[in-house]
Every structure is written in structure tokens, then in C-alpha cells.
Write a protein that binds this ligand. Structure first.
Ligand SMILES: NC(=O)c1ccc[n+]([C@@H]2O[C@H](COP(=O)([O-])OP(=O)(O)OC[C@H]3O[C@@H](n4cnc5c(N)ncnc54)[C@H](OP(=O)(O)O)[C@@H]3O)[C@@H](O)[C@H]2O)c1
Length: 280
């Protein structure tokens, strides 16, 4: 595999987040370690994991095997809502750092909101974890408009991003606008709609005009709006495909056409399942 040029970054409250990262949900064992190592060798400089993915040890293995310097890679992990009580959160952060075998994280997120624990208490602990040097930055994930406003108001440290489901089939314009208002980055999870982008006729047609695949058009549409993307793949050739999105540009007309695919109910991730089943 030949190395790609490093991906550009997006700035948010003084932090710099590489626009392209590797998602690792569902990657396990050797496959996970190998994909992380190969992605970094190829030029990816951002890896997304979570305590809930049960793969932080393997992500750490891949990071160390790649030989990439610690300062050159941006590592995000997330605390699961069952660990949102302050003492649990501190312990969870320390456990993540130790599983990843890193001196500190780049970004620690609250994975999903948890209405059973006061948000102020959880954010207090998240801010303390940052002040204690366990993570350089903090943020949230799956926060709605209302919760985002509340989090910004309650947090004593800057929240640099909201990681949300984001792809052309889901209209997230309101929450994106709120992130921009607060100078927070938007990190798009499921950015190729869990592979669904591959079958879309419009994306394929636009891709053909640029010599690109539908998945690449889908990712380009997001990064062109300075939205960070973290596509996941278990197949090495797709690592290169998903990274080759910085050498072409969509026209304003193409962007308008793609925006027309967005629906309020276009989620591919089931909130009730992903968010609530495993809290207790
Ligand atoms: N914060 C949260 O609550 C949350 C929720 C969900 C996900 N995430 C994060 O976001 C990452 C990405 O989201 P995701 O894994 O849900 O979905 P995704 O990245 O949109 O899609 C992954 C799926 O697309 C396939 N794929 C990858 N590249 C492709 C390509 N070029 N052409 C066609 N198919 C392709 C993969 O299959 P192959 O493996 O066969 O390539 C896999 O089935 C996760 O891994 C995780 O790190 C966060």
C-alpha cells in the first residue's frame, strides 16, 4: 500500500481534528489491530473507538505496531452512559487510557446522553478528567439540539465536538448549525450510511463523472462541508478507497442534488437499541 498525503484538519475551539478517521465499531481481535495498523501506515491520522466497542486493547496494538509517532495521530474514545456517575467516569477514562496504552487521549466523548444522571455531574467529571491530564479534549456524542445547549452551558471546559449520525440520507442541518454556532466540530458517524451509500444511483452517477465511487462521493460531500468522517471498513482495499476523497471537488450543483437526498427520518442507527438497551 502506498502512503496517502495527510488529510486536512478542522479547527474547533483551538483543537485540530483530522477530517478523515477510521471508525472501529464492530472490528475485533486481529482484524481490528491489523486495520488500525494498515490505516495508519496508509496515512490515516485519526482513530475512533469507544469502551463499548470492546476493542481498545486491539486499537492500542495497531497504534503501537504502526510505528506512527504518538503526536501525529488523533485518538478518540467514548465513555458508555452506565459510567456517567462522576467516580465511574473517572475510572472508565483511566481504564480506556490503560487499555489503549497511551499517556493521554486526544478526545474523550460522552457516548450517548443518559437522563438518569444529572448532566452537570457527568460534565463536571469529564472536565476534571481533562484537567487531570487524561485527555487533551472533551466532547459529546448523540446530543440533540436541546441537550447540546445545556451541555455548553454546564461545561467549564470547551466541548470541541458532537459526534452524530451524519450522511446524505439524514437531514441533520439543525444540529450542525448549532455545533457551528458554538465553534464545535461535527464528527459524522455512519458517514456512508453503513454501506448504504454504495447502492445510491445519484451518488454513483456523480461519482462516475469524477472517476470516483458512490462511497467516495458520499464522504466527499461531508468533508467538503468541513464535517469530520470516520468510515469503518474491515477490508484493506477500502481503506485506500475511503481515504481518496481529497483530490476532487463536488460542484455547487452536485452538492445541491446530494442535499436533496436528506430526510428527517433517514437514520440507519436505531437510537432506542444503540442508546438505551445497555445502560444498566
Ligand atoms: N457515537 C456513536 O454512537 C456511534 C454510532 C455508530 C458508529 N460510530 C462510529 O462511526 C464509525 C463508522 O460508522 P459505522 O461503522 O456505523 O458505518 P459506516 O462507516 O457508514 O459503514 C460501515 C459499513 O460500510 C461498509 N463499507 C466501508 N467502506 C465501504 C466502501 N468504500 N464501499 C462500500 N461499503 C463500504 C463496511 O463494510 P466492510 O467492512 O465490508 O468494508 C461496513 O459494513 C463506527 O465504526 C464507529 O467508530 C459511532
Amino acid at each position: 500500500m502506498s502512503a496517502l498525503a495527510p488529510s486536512p484538519s478542522v479547527a474547533a475551539k483551538g483543537a485540530k481534528i483530522p477530517l478523515l478517521g477510521l471508525g472501529t465499531w464492530d472490528l475485533r481481535g486481529r482484524t481490528c489491530a491489523r486495520m488500525v495498523e494498515q490505516a495508519l501506515r496508509l496515512g490515516y491520522r485519526h482513530i475512533d473507538t469507544a469502551e463499548m466497542y470492546d476493542n481498545e486493547c486491539e486499537v492500542g496494538e495497531g497504534l503501537h505496531a504502526s510505528g506512527v509517532k504518538r503526536g501525529d495521530v488523533f485518538v478518540t474514545t467514548k465513555v458508555w452512559p452506565s459510567h456517567f456517575a462522576p467516580r465511574d467516569l473517572e475510572r472508565a477514562a483511566r481504564d480506556s487510557v490503560s487499555r489503549l496504552r497511551l499517556p493521554e487521549l486526544d478526545l474523550l466523548l460522552l457516548h450517548w446522553p443518559n437522563p438518569q444522571i444529572p448532566l452537570g455531574d457527568t460534565l463536571g467529571a469529564l472536565c476534571k478528567v481533562k484537567r487531570d491530564g487524561l485527555t487533551r479534549h472533551i466532547g459529546v456524542s448523540n446530543f440533540t439540539l436541546k441537550l447540546l445547549e445545556e451541555a455548553v452551558r454546564l461545561s467549564t471546559e470547551p466541548l470541541i465536538c458532537n459526534q452524530i449520525e451524519c450522511h446524505p440520507f439524514l437531514d441533520q442541518s439543525k444540529v450542525i448549525a448549532a455545533c457551528r454556532k458554538h465553534d464545535m466540530a461535527v464528527v459524522a458517524y455512519s458517514p456512508i450510511a453503513r454501506g448504504g451509500a454504495r447502492n445510491d444511483k445519484l451518488l454513483a452517477r456523480i461519482g462516475a463523472a469524477h472517476g470516483k465511487t458512490a462511497a467516495q462521493v458520499c464522504l466527499r460531500y461531508l468533508v467538503q462541508q468541513e464535517i469530520v468522517v470516520i468510515p469503518r471498513t474491515s477490508k484493506e482495499p477500502r481503506l485506500a478507497e475511503n481515504a481518496a476523497i481529497f483530490d476532487f471537488a463536488l460542484s455547487a450543483a452536485e452538492v445541491r442534488q446530494i442535499a436533496g437526498l436528506g430526510r428527517r427520518d433517514g437514520r440507519v442507527v436505531d437510537w432506542s437499541y444503540s442508546g438505551r438497551m445497555h445502560w444498566d
